[in-house]
Design a protein around this ligand. Sequence first.
Ligand SMILES: CC(C)(COP(=O)(O)OP(=O)(O)OC[C@H]1O[C@@H](n2cnc3c(N)ncnc32)[C@H](O)[C@@H]1OP(=O)(O)O)[C@@H](O)C(=O)NCCC(=O)NCCS
Length: 199
Amino acid sequence: MQRWRTLELPWRGVDRLGEALELRMSEPRDAVAWVEHLQRITTETPWMLQSDEDPLPTAGEQRGLIEEYGIRAGSVAICAVRPGEKGILGTITLASGRSRRTEHVAELSMGVAKHAWGRGIGRLLMDAALTHALASRIVKRVSLSVFHDNEVARRLYERVGFATEGVLRRYVRMGTHHEDLVVMGIWLEDEAPTAGGLA
Ligand SMILES: CC(C)(COP(=O)(O)OP(=O)(O)OC[C@H]1O[C@@H](n2cnc3c(N)ncnc32)[C@H](O)[C@@H]1OP(=O)(O)O)[C@@H](O)C(=O)NCCC(=O)NCCS
């Protein structure tokens, strides 16, 4: 079965429609564009835990968060951009555990701007994040949670090797009703690409 592929950063290539694309580690100078991206992905779909009712970080707070992702072993903040443009098309973050017993676990979060869906950007971001996680030698497991009806995202996660591990019943309040959240995980060494294999 096809799993995730090695993707080293920075990466330059084209998306599935042939438009130039760059994936790179996020830098503090991305803070404003990152907040704009957050605002977009939390309003374009119902599938983020943060909604448009929650306050967004300020640019200063976001700068601090990006710096922290860069400093903490096993954590990373990656963005997908059009080369030479300021706006962000997609992001993925890994936040590693804060205790000795959980530092091998990284929590994944991602989002791609709706106008850029289906161009392979989500898959590239996932490959870059898992490559970084494995190379860190600290992260062994990546965890995420996803809305039960977010079929595109669940399929993407399954395809790279995440397994469904449980359901958090009625975890998310959506106005007057509650939705289930699915917990997924991957043990990196079990699903890693073999040298010269899938990359
Ligand atoms: C889930 C998400 C990150 C996928 O990003 P993306 O850039 O569209 O993903 P890709 O283009 O790499 O596509 C991944 C797979 O989904 C398929 N896909 C993408 N959009 C699709 C759509 N609207 N309908 C059906 N399939 C779709 C692609 O064909 C691809 O499958 P393939 O590899 O077999 O061709 C993106 O849809 C998104 O940000 N959604 C909103 C926020 C969200 O759900 N975040 C995740 C929270 S856990």
